[in-house]
Write a protein that binds this ligand. Structure first.
Ligand code: ATP
Ligand code: MG
Length: 596
């Protein structure tokens, strides 16, 4: 970043222990270049079953096709209860329960195309409801169960949800207080009965176990996902049934999912990662998925990986940083012998974490990049190729990515109606050639905003990146987060990653603060590893450490904090750090959108 175009971490590779090469023979994607050359979405369509009478439905691909074949009694879902209990459901169980659920919706007068909010913790009813809603031809609007009443109201309102499925305690705490403000909401289904809604267990017991699937097509809406709201008010991105092809293909290529895998995606299905890869993709591929009712706990997580023989693990940088923070010595009894592949998504993955994964967990962490809008993984480090720590990897087969130049107004430069591409190493906006199957089809109720995302047949992601000479992409920052200091363009991620290389640092959040001379100066908020005390000496040491690593773009100010603000989906919320720094009310952080 000091010198755009000289990727600092290009030269570091992991996998020298031989784990990479021994896996190459078994990986789904063995030869990246030839697979990309030969791949076509049309040909990949043969991986779909399709509805018996024609058409496409995600729930059919996820459960019914298995329930009708030899996989019927394989374990689809292994639910780990907070109290230590384990509940398993086979593909046949999920197929039947979701058909009952679709019949319940029909009996309640819910019509095709209507949006149904799902506000549930991780429990079997969530999976059943999602599949049932899809079978009924309605649109799933997932919501994170830890949201308070206002975010719930906001999302149900944006979606114009006709029905909501939730539990009685969640209803009482989060929905009852705002129900009057939601005139479109006709029906509430309660997973444990209670006043205020339909008694779901009773309705399910009375419902027909067979349901003739609504004949949806690849272009019918299926999911309305809300973005994380990292840069402002969340947007509702609409996805169609046809997206399932991208879920299947990318789970094979980027997550290396194979027959017999035990797969754990730690993201909550209230977010796009938890839905695309925590529900849809693994079920479509017929593997066993793990769902943990509890929240993050280092010991519990190591226990889950060990006891449930997890082979593929998809998680997030924040969680990995927390595991790192708890030390390099794994709890006694931990055995990661079944683990074959670790991947991460959601925010930049510091090179330090990749290397730690290889050293302590026995595998490097494979970063991949995508967004709510893209519906599926677009750029990844693959199982059979060496990980480049700090890089997001290369585009998936079937995905064309590019870095485009931006003008002074921050928008992509277009000359004579054609987009202007950046050269190798040059920072620009990450763009994707429009038309992959899981591309979002609308921002709900915001057609102009949707249109603005596309220029000359390319989708503009709003993230800044650069591409090296080998075609690997390096994340620089969100267009809104980038700091301009004394003529340098500084991506907060690179500064954060440099600081994390210091043994005292567990996590860092970096922002620009106004400065009369430099425009902005780089300020770092630093969370120390457990047991390390803040001191003036440490502050000076970190400042010097940063200067050695980063030169002119090193943080001028370092502030120790006892915690860093994260979005509900676990991302460092730099805009909140900035609001605090500038003394703005935290509720007003959306005013920072587009701030220099
Ligand atoms: P909003 O759009 O509401 O501000 P959001 O962008 O955080 O929220 P998501 O769609 O959940 O909502 O997140 C996608 C974004 O997360 C990407 O655009 C990127 O900024 C970041 N991200 C995802 N994966 C990676 C990655 N591997 N490296 C760096 N950043 C990533
Ligand atoms: Mg976004």
């Amino acid at each position: 970043m000091t010198e755009p175009g000289t990727p600092r971490n290009d030269t570091i590779t992991v996998g020298s222990t031989g784990t990479q090469s021994s896996r190459r023979g078994r990986a789904n994607l063995r030869d990246y270049v030839s697979t990309c050359r030969e791949f076509s979405w049309d040909a990949a369509r043969s991986q779909l079953a399709g509805l018996p009478g024609g058409g496409l439905n995600i729930a059919y691909e996820a459960v019914d096709r298995h329930a009708a074949g030899p996989g019927a009694h394989s374990i689809a879902l292994r639910w780990l209860r907070a109290d230590g209990g384990v509940v398993e459901s086979s593909y046949a169980d999920l197929a039947e329960a979701s058909s009952r659920f679709a019949n319940v919706l029909r009996a309640q007068g819910i019509k095709r195309g209507e949006r149904i909010g799902v506000l549930l913790g991780r429990c079997p009813e969530l999976y059943i409801a999602v599949l049932g809603i899809l079978k009924a031809g309605c649109v799933v609007a997932p919501m994170f169960s830890a949201f308070g009443p206002e975010p719930v109201r906001q999302r149900l309102d944006i979606a114009g949800a006709a029905a909501l499925i939730t539990s009685e305690p969640l209803y009482r705490r989060k929905v009852a207080p705002i129900r009057d403000a939601l005139p479109a909401l006709r029906t509430v289904l309660l997973t444990d009965g209670g006043s205020g809604g339909v008694d779901l267990p009773a309705a399910m017991a009375a419902a027909d176990p067979d349901y003739e699937l609504t004949p949806t097509t690849a272009d019918d809406p299926a999911l309305l996902h809300f973005t994380s709201g990292t840069t402002g008010r969340p947007k509702g991105a609409l996805h169609v049934h046809g997206a399932v092809l991208a879920h299947i293909v990318t789970a094979r290529f980027a997550l290396d999912l194979q027959d017999g895998d035990i797969f754990w995606c730690t993201a909550d299905p209230g977010w796009v990662t938890g839905m695309s890869y925590g529900v849809i993709a693994p079920l479509c591929l017929g593997v066993t998925l793990i769902s943990d009712e509890s929240e993050f706990d280092a010991r519990r997580w190591y226990r889950i990986l060990t006891a449930h023989r997890v082979s593929v693990w998809y998680t997030a940088p924040t969680a990995l940083r927390m595991l790192m923070r708890s030390g390099d010595t794994l709890p006694e009894g931990t055995d990661l012998g079944c683990l074959r592949f670790i991947a991460s998504v959601g925010e930049p993955l510091n090179p330090e974490v990749v290397v730690w994964g290889e050293r302590v967990l026995g595998h490097p962490v494979h970063d991949n990049w995508w967004q709510t809008e893209t519906g599926a993984i677009m750029i990844a480090n693959f199982a059979a190729t060496q990980v480049r720590p700090g890089s997001m990897g290369r585009p998936l087969p079937g995905i064309e990515a590019a870095v485009v130049r931006r003008g002074a107004n921050g928008r992509a430069l277009v000359r004579d109606g054609t987009i202007d591409f950046a050269g190798v190493g040059e920072i620009g906006e990450l763009a994707l050639r429009a038309g992959w199957p899981s591309m979002f089809r609308a921002y709900w109720d915001q057609p102009e905003r949707y249109q603005r995302c596309f220029v000359d047949g390319w989708y503009l992601s709003g993230d800044l990146a650069r591409r090296d000479g080998d075609g690997y992409y390096w994340f620089v920052g969100r267009a809104d987060d980038v700091i301009k200091s004394a003529g340098h363009l500084v991506g907060p991620f690179e500064v954060e990653s440099a600081l994390m290389r210091h043994p005292a640092v567990a996590e860092a959040g970096v922002i620009g603060t106004p400065d009369p001379v430099a425009g902005e100066v780089v300020k770092a908020f630093v969370l120390l590893r457990s047991g390390v005390r803040p001191s003036e000496e440490l502050r000076s040491e970190l400042t010097a450490f940063g200067r050695r690593a980063l030169g002119a773009v090193a943080p001028k100010q370092v502030e120790f904090v006892s915690s860093l603000p994260h979005t509900r989906s676990g991302k460092v919320m730099r805009r909140l750090l900035k609001a605090r720094e500038l003394g703005l009310p935290e509720g007003d952080v959306s005013t920072l959108e587009g701030a220099p």
